[in-house]
Structure formats: C-alpha cells, structure tokens
Design a protein around this ligand. Structure first.
Ligand code: HEC
Length: 94
C-alpha cells in the first residue's frame, strides 16, 4: 500500500511539473502575442536580463495602461516570467 501511495505521489508531482511547464510557455506565447501589437516583441526581448521583476511590473502596468490586452491579475506572473528568462531567450526573442 505504501508503494502505491509513493508512486501516486510521484505521478502527482510529475503532473504538477508538466502543468507548470505548460503554463510558463503559455505565458511566453501570450506575452509574445500581446506585446507585439504596438512595437516589435524585440523591444521586450532587449530588456530581458536588464529589468528585474519589479521593473517589469512597472513596465507591463504602463503597457496595460496604453491598451495591452493582459488582465491585471496576470501582470505579476508575466513580470515573474520575463524576469526568469535568460537574456535573448523566450518567444519574445524569436
Ligand atoms: C497599446 C500599445 C502597446 C502594447 C500592446 C504594448 N506596448 Fe510596450 N510600448 C508602447 C509604446 C508606445 C512604447 C514607447 C513609449 C514608452 O516607453 O512609454 C512602448 C515601450 C516599451 C518598452 C521600452 C521602454 C521601457 O520601459 O523599457 C518595453 C520594454 C515595452 N514597451 C514592453 C511591453 C510589454 C512587455 C508589453 C506586453 C505586456 C507591451 N510593451 C505591450 C506601446 C505598447
């Protein structure tokens, strides 16, 4: 019974990791879409590694003020996502 429980736990953990991976790349695609409406996504790409998550939160909030289609509740996770990328990587750099 313990073994069954252990493998159940492992499955759940793997599932959670897979789900996190999917939502991170969904966020990347959404940002690439949303943030290339007014200027090239390259403009976002250039700032990866320069802005930290606080600076991204400010920038994204400013962009939403200009009309970027991102719900206010997603600003924090979008900022964290951009802060987590290595310079020159992610869908905004393609
Ligand atoms: C409604 C049009 C519009 C959308 C959509 C938009 N932007 Fe912008 N963005 C601008 C304009 C206009 C500027 C230049 C003026 C300025 O910096 O305020 C700019 C400039 C920038 C800059 C350079 C200035 C700085 O603060 O570093 C970055 C980075 C940026 N945008 C990121 C984003 C991100 C990330 C998104 C998606 C959440 C986004 N933009 C979506 C209009 C937009």
């Amino acid at each position: 019974m313990k073994k069954v429980l252990a493998s159940l736990m492992i499955c759940l953990m793997l599932g959670a990791v897979a789900a996190m991976g999917a939502s991170a790349s969904d966020m990347g695609d959404r940002i690439a879409d949303t943030c290339s409406q007014c200027h090239p996504a390259k403009r976002v790409c250039k700032m990866i590694g320069i802005k930290d998550s606080a600076a991204w939160t400010k920038t994204i909030t400013r962009m939403v003020g200009k009309g970027a289609q991102l719900p206010a509740s997603d600003i924090g996770s979008a900022a964290a996502y951009l802060d987590s990328l290595a310079p020159g990587t992610g869908p905004v750099c393609q």
